[in-house]
Design a protein around this ligand. Sequence first.
Ligand SMILES: [Zn+2]
Length: 235
Amino acid sequence: MKRLKIISVFLFCVAVCLTFGYVFSKEPEWVAASTRIDCGRTIIIDAGHGGYDGGAVAEDGTPEKDINLCIAKDLKAFLELFNYNVVMTRESDKSTESDNGKNSWKTSDLYNRLQLMNKYDDAIYVSIHLNKFTSTNVSGAQTFYSQKSENSEQLALSIHGKIISMLQPENTREIKKGTNSIYLLRNATCPAVIVECGFLSNREELEKLKTEKYQRMMAFCIFCGIMDYNNALRL
Ligand SMILES: [Zn+2]
Protein backbone atom coordinates (compact mmCIF):
# COMPACT_ATOMS: atom_id res chain seq x y z
CA MET A 1 0.00 0.00 0.00
CA LYS A 2 2.81 2.35 1.01
CA ARG A 3 4.66 1.43 -2.18
CA LEU A 4 1.60 2.24 -4.28
CA LYS A 5 1.36 5.66 -2.62
CA ILE A 6 5.03 6.45 -3.38
CA ILE A 7 4.54 5.44 -7.04
CA SER A 8 1.43 7.64 -7.35
CA VAL A 9 3.25 10.67 -5.87
CA PHE A 10 6.17 10.04 -8.21
CA LEU A 11 3.89 9.80 -11.26
CA PHE A 12 2.07 12.97 -10.18
CA CYS A 13 5.40 14.86 -9.93
CA VAL A 14 6.47 13.62 -13.37
CA ALA A 15 3.15 14.79 -14.86
CA VAL A 16 3.49 18.25 -13.25
CA CYS A 17 7.08 18.65 -14.50
CA LEU A 18 6.15 17.60 -18.02
CA THR A 19 3.14 19.90 -18.15
CA PHE A 20 4.92 22.99 -16.83
CA GLY A 21 8.04 22.26 -18.82
CA TYR A 22 5.95 22.21 -21.98
CA VAL A 23 3.96 25.33 -21.14
CA PHE A 24 6.99 27.45 -20.26
CA SER A 25 9.08 26.27 -23.18
CA LYS A 26 6.26 26.98 -25.63
CA GLU A 27 6.50 30.64 -26.62
CA PRO A 28 4.19 32.24 -29.20
CA GLU A 29 5.42 31.66 -32.73
CA TRP A 30 5.97 35.35 -33.51
CA VAL A 31 8.05 35.84 -30.36
CA ALA A 32 10.13 32.77 -31.12
CA ALA A 33 10.71 33.83 -34.72
CA SER A 34 11.80 37.35 -33.92
CA THR A 35 14.01 36.53 -30.96
CA ARG A 36 15.76 33.62 -32.59
CA ILE A 37 16.38 35.07 -36.00
CA ASP A 38 17.09 38.69 -35.12
CA CYS A 39 19.30 37.88 -32.19
CA GLY A 40 22.60 39.63 -32.78
CA ARG A 41 21.43 41.96 -35.54
CA THR A 42 22.74 45.46 -34.87
CA ILE A 43 20.50 48.50 -35.04
CA ILE A 44 22.29 51.85 -34.88
CA ILE A 45 19.93 54.48 -33.52
CA ASP A 46 20.96 58.02 -34.21
CA ALA A 47 19.23 60.62 -32.05
CA GLY A 48 19.72 63.66 -34.26
CA HIS A 49 21.71 66.69 -33.01
CA GLY A 50 22.64 67.10 -29.32
CA GLY A 51 24.70 69.38 -27.09
CA TYR A 52 25.05 72.86 -28.53
CA ASP A 53 23.41 71.63 -31.75
CA GLY A 54 19.74 71.83 -30.85
CA GLY A 55 18.48 71.19 -34.37
CA ALA A 56 15.18 72.84 -35.27
CA VAL A 57 13.55 74.87 -32.50
CA ALA A 58 9.80 75.26 -32.02
CA GLU A 59 8.10 78.60 -31.44
CA ASP A 60 7.85 77.84 -27.73
CA GLY A 61 11.61 77.16 -27.53
CA THR A 62 11.42 73.33 -27.58
CA PRO A 63 14.55 72.05 -29.34
CA GLU A 64 14.39 69.08 -31.66
CA LYS A 65 17.36 67.35 -29.99
CA ASP A 66 15.48 66.52 -26.76
CA ILE A 67 12.47 64.89 -28.41
CA ASN A 68 14.77 63.00 -30.80
CA LEU A 69 16.62 61.54 -27.82
CA CYS A 70 13.41 60.50 -26.01
CA ILE A 71 12.09 58.67 -29.09
CA ALA A 72 15.52 57.07 -29.65
CA LYS A 73 15.65 55.78 -26.06
CA ASP A 74 12.14 54.34 -26.28
CA LEU A 75 13.07 52.63 -29.55
CA LYS A 76 16.17 51.20 -27.91
CA ALA A 77 14.07 49.73 -25.09
CA PHE A 78 11.67 48.02 -27.53
CA LEU A 79 14.49 46.60 -29.63
CA GLU A 80 16.40 45.29 -26.63
CA LEU A 81 13.33 43.43 -25.46
CA PHE A 82 13.70 41.41 -28.65
CA ASN A 83 17.44 40.77 -28.34
CA TYR A 84 18.62 43.25 -30.93
CA ASN A 85 22.10 44.64 -30.43
CA VAL A 86 21.43 48.37 -30.12
CA VAL A 87 24.11 50.99 -30.64
CA MET A 88 23.25 54.62 -29.90
CA THR A 89 25.12 57.54 -31.44
CA ARG A 90 24.37 59.41 -28.22
CA GLU A 91 22.50 58.68 -24.98
CA SER A 92 22.62 62.12 -23.43
CA ASP A 93 22.49 65.75 -24.47
CA LYS A 94 25.82 65.71 -26.27
CA SER A 95 26.91 65.96 -29.87
CA THR A 96 29.47 63.43 -31.08
CA GLU A 97 32.10 65.77 -32.50
CA SER A 98 35.76 65.28 -31.66
CA ASP A 99 38.20 68.15 -31.77
CA ASN A 100 40.79 67.11 -34.33
CA GLY A 101 41.53 70.67 -35.36
CA LYS A 102 40.78 69.95 -39.03
CA ASN A 103 37.04 69.85 -39.40
CA SER A 104 34.28 72.08 -38.18
CA TRP A 105 32.37 70.63 -35.21
CA LYS A 106 29.36 69.86 -37.42
CA THR A 107 31.44 67.98 -40.00
CA SER A 108 33.22 66.09 -37.24
CA ASP A 109 29.90 65.24 -35.56
CA LEU A 110 28.38 63.83 -38.76
CA TYR A 111 31.60 61.98 -39.63
CA ASN A 112 31.66 60.27 -36.23
CA ARG A 113 28.02 59.22 -36.55
CA LEU A 114 28.78 57.76 -39.97
CA GLN A 115 31.81 55.86 -38.70
CA LEU A 116 29.60 53.69 -36.51
CA MET A 117 28.15 52.08 -39.65
CA ASN A 118 31.56 50.75 -40.62
CA LYS A 119 32.01 48.93 -37.33
CA TYR A 120 29.20 46.42 -37.86
CA ASP A 121 28.63 43.97 -40.71
CA ASP A 122 24.92 43.42 -40.15
CA ALA A 123 23.81 46.88 -39.07
CA ILE A 124 20.90 49.00 -40.10
CA TYR A 125 20.90 52.73 -39.36
CA VAL A 126 17.86 54.67 -38.18
CA SER A 127 18.27 58.39 -37.63
CA ILE A 128 15.57 60.21 -35.66
CA HIS A 129 14.79 63.86 -36.44
CA LEU A 130 11.97 66.40 -36.43
CA ASN A 131 10.91 68.83 -39.14
CA LYS A 132 10.14 72.52 -39.24
CA PHE A 133 8.48 74.48 -42.03
CA THR A 134 7.37 78.03 -42.72
CA SER A 135 3.75 76.97 -43.13
CA THR A 136 2.32 75.96 -39.76
CA ASN A 137 -0.36 73.78 -41.39
CA VAL A 138 2.10 71.12 -42.52
CA SER A 139 2.32 68.05 -40.28
CA GLY A 140 3.14 64.33 -40.30
CA ALA A 141 6.19 62.13 -40.55
CA GLN A 142 8.53 62.02 -43.54
CA THR A 143 11.00 59.22 -44.17
CA PHE A 144 14.12 59.52 -46.31
CA TYR A 145 16.32 56.63 -47.45
CA SER A 146 19.86 56.22 -48.68
CA GLN A 147 20.25 55.62 -52.41
CA LYS A 148 23.69 54.27 -51.85
CA SER A 149 22.92 51.33 -49.67
CA GLU A 150 20.84 48.39 -50.81
CA ASN A 151 17.61 47.69 -48.89
CA SER A 152 17.37 51.24 -47.53
CA GLU A 153 14.22 51.80 -49.58
CA GLN A 154 12.60 48.67 -48.14
CA LEU A 155 13.54 49.75 -44.62
CA ALA A 156 11.99 53.19 -45.22
CA LEU A 157 8.83 51.63 -46.67
CA SER A 158 8.41 49.35 -43.66
CA ILE A 159 8.95 52.07 -41.06
CA HIS A 160 6.90 54.74 -42.82
CA GLY A 161 4.12 52.24 -43.50
CA LYS A 162 3.82 51.44 -39.80
CA ILE A 163 3.79 55.12 -38.78
CA ILE A 164 0.92 55.75 -41.19
CA SER A 165 -1.10 52.65 -40.42
CA MET A 166 -0.67 52.78 -36.65
CA LEU A 167 -0.34 56.47 -35.79
CA GLN A 168 -0.94 58.92 -38.66
CA PRO A 169 -3.68 57.55 -40.96
CA GLU A 170 -4.19 61.04 -42.43
CA ASN A 171 -0.55 61.21 -43.58
CA THR A 172 -0.42 60.83 -47.38
CA ARG A 173 3.33 61.33 -47.80
CA GLU A 174 5.41 58.73 -49.55
CA ILE A 175 8.99 57.86 -48.70
CA LYS A 176 11.68 59.94 -50.42
CA LYS A 177 15.17 59.31 -51.69
CA GLY A 178 17.72 61.22 -49.63
CA THR A 179 19.35 63.87 -51.79
CA ASN A 180 23.11 64.31 -51.99
CA SER A 181 22.87 67.14 -49.52
CA ILE A 182 22.10 64.67 -46.72
CA TYR A 183 25.61 63.62 -45.70
CA LEU A 184 24.67 60.54 -43.67
CA LEU A 185 22.49 59.03 -46.38
CA ARG A 186 24.88 59.95 -49.19
CA ASN A 187 27.71 58.06 -47.51
CA ALA A 188 25.79 55.24 -45.85
CA THR A 189 27.46 51.83 -45.92
CA CYS A 190 24.43 49.90 -44.61
CA PRO A 191 20.65 50.20 -45.00
CA ALA A 192 19.99 53.68 -43.66
CA VAL A 193 16.98 55.95 -43.17
CA ILE A 194 16.16 59.27 -41.60
CA VAL A 195 12.76 59.43 -39.93
CA GLU A 196 11.50 62.99 -39.52
CA CYS A 197 8.86 62.14 -36.94
CA GLY A 198 6.76 65.29 -37.26
CA PHE A 199 6.73 69.09 -37.54
CA LEU A 200 7.71 71.34 -34.66
CA SER A 201 6.14 74.19 -36.62
CA ASN A 202 2.66 72.65 -36.37
CA ARG A 203 1.25 73.57 -32.96
CA GLU A 204 -0.99 70.54 -32.62
CA GLU A 205 1.74 68.11 -33.62
CA LEU A 206 4.27 69.87 -31.37
CA GLU A 207 2.02 69.34 -28.33
CA LYS A 208 1.74 65.63 -29.17
CA LEU A 209 5.48 65.26 -29.80
CA LYS A 210 6.22 66.73 -26.38
CA THR A 211 4.32 63.98 -24.56
CA GLU A 212 5.97 60.76 -23.38
CA LYS A 213 3.01 58.77 -24.64
CA TYR A 214 3.27 60.01 -28.23
CA GLN A 215 7.06 59.64 -28.22
CA ARG A 216 6.66 56.01 -27.12
CA MET A 217 3.96 55.39 -29.72
CA MET A 218 6.24 56.81 -32.43
CA ALA A 219 9.10 54.62 -31.21
CA PHE A 220 6.82 51.58 -31.25
CA CYS A 221 5.82 52.26 -34.88
CA ILE A 222 9.50 52.51 -35.88
CA PHE A 223 10.22 49.32 -33.95
CA CYS A 224 7.38 47.49 -35.76
CA GLY A 225 8.73 48.79 -39.07
CA ILE A 226 12.17 47.35 -38.30
CA MET A 227 10.56 44.00 -37.43
CA ASP A 228 8.61 44.10 -40.71
CA TYR A 229 11.76 44.88 -42.65
CA ASN A 230 13.54 41.89 -41.16
CA ASN A 231 10.58 39.64 -41.88
CA ALA A 232 10.42 40.85 -45.50
CA LEU A 233 14.10 40.04 -45.98
CA ARG A 234 13.54 36.49 -44.77
CA LEU A 235 10.75 35.76 -47.27
ZN1 LIG B 1 17.23 67.36 -37.37
